[in-house]
Design a protein around this ligand. Sequence first.
Ligand code: PAF
Length: 283
Amino acid sequence: MIDIVNDLATLRDRVGNWKREGLRVGLVPTMGNLHAGHHSLVRLARAHADRVVASVFVNPTQFGPNEDFARYPRTPDADAEGLAAAGCDLMWAPSVDTMYPLGVDNAVRMSVPGVTEVLEGARRPGHFDGVATVVSRLFLQVQPDVAAFGLKDYQQLAVIRHLVRDLAFPVELLPGTIVRDADGLALSSRNQYLSPAQRGVAPLIHATLQRMRKRSLAGEPREAIEAAAHQALAAGGFEVDYVVIRTPALAVPTDGHGPRVALVAARLGTTRLIDNLEFGSGG
Ligand code: PAF
């Protein structure tokens, strides 16, 4: 049976008892509507900690005014069941008022420069500051020794690394590998918005990333690879936000060597999907 906690005093009591027993605490931050990708993060945290807390909180400060905050799927009962099966000890499910006691408009916010300004950050103004704001609060509330974040949100992990380094949060970050369906589509809570026809086309994202990796490792010029990938996705019916090859720090590569990541964000109808693939030395 998983312990479901909604108030900060109880959370502090539970975590305080574990810490007094000398137990290591792991955190898996989520927005709920959990799938096998989230469950694999719980197992990753479990491998590095004695107790695991998963937060389930749809964070209003990371959604833009025209984004899907109101319709974001909320499935707390199924989430609790899946978390328990994956080995999670406590589901931290605060209300918006508990997370932002002075109200969202009066909330103290984090602002992360640099890495937030490109790719997702350039297209979703304020999104990563909202993520940094809520993750900082979760770190202060749960005080984890380790925290697991999925690599599917590649840039989010870069933002959180920056946050942890700059504020010296005493937490070790655990990157979790991307979990995919058999046809290559990365698991995402937003996949359920896809119509059957769109779901049939969606694996083209991963296939395109794999082609980009192959061509890049064969020494083809980055610009040509990106243009061909854009064209392939557009021909498949995607509206492409970006499909690029970058360094792990998300900079434009200046030479042909070193670790790389191919990143894509593209829309099928109103559903926006993101994915990435690391390659090259270290990838
Ligand atoms: O990746 C997510 O689900 C969210 O951005 C996170 C890290 C839980 C913060 O709300």
